[in-house]
Design a protein. Sequence first.
Length: 172
Amino acid sequence: MPVLITYATSRGSTKEVADRIASRLHAVGFAVDCRPVDHVFSVENYSAVIIGSPIYHQKWLLDAQKFVDVEAVGLRMKPVWAFSLGMVGKPGWRRARAIKKETSRIEDVLIQKVPKVRDHRLFGGKDDGSSVSTPLRGLYRCLGGSFGDMRDWTAIDSWTSLIAKELHADGL
Ligand SMILES: Cc1cc2nc3c(=O)[nH]c(=O)nc-3n(C[C@H](O)[C@H](O)[C@H](O)COP(=O)(O)O)c2cc1C
């Protein structure tokens, strides 16, 4: 059975990360199916599931939250990994603190529904700041935030390799 890589996205950056994870897993021999959460009929016919969502206003997108709610029973029966995309600022102590806070906020909700999620990662996302007013953009920068494409493809690839190792170890 294929591995499902499923995602919610508003502006496309999470889809690109999901596509990357899918193509890396495919390259090392796994059958994969990569599709948006609202195009998944059921998780039943997949050997494992990787779910991704960007964070908007401190939460996963509604489609991703709904997917986890609706599929919770099925997800509890298979290996599940999750990732989030968010703008967590420039390297530094503020960033480490922001990542910790944002990560545990997402995990608290996720783990209630799927207690055995194998791992959840928060990766930097992509935001040009155009949806934010100039004063707010300035304030965000003063607080250590930054705009642009913050996706760390090396970190995403390493995480994918870890998942591949675990899937192999599970005999999948
Ligand atoms: C209106 C808005 C609100 C956002 N809220 C958050 C947030 O609360 N926490 C965070 O870490 N990132 C936040 N972000 C950054 C997004 O998570 C990031 O841009 C992500 O890559 C978007 O993913 P998408 O392109 O798949 O929609 C926000 C971005 C926008 C435009």
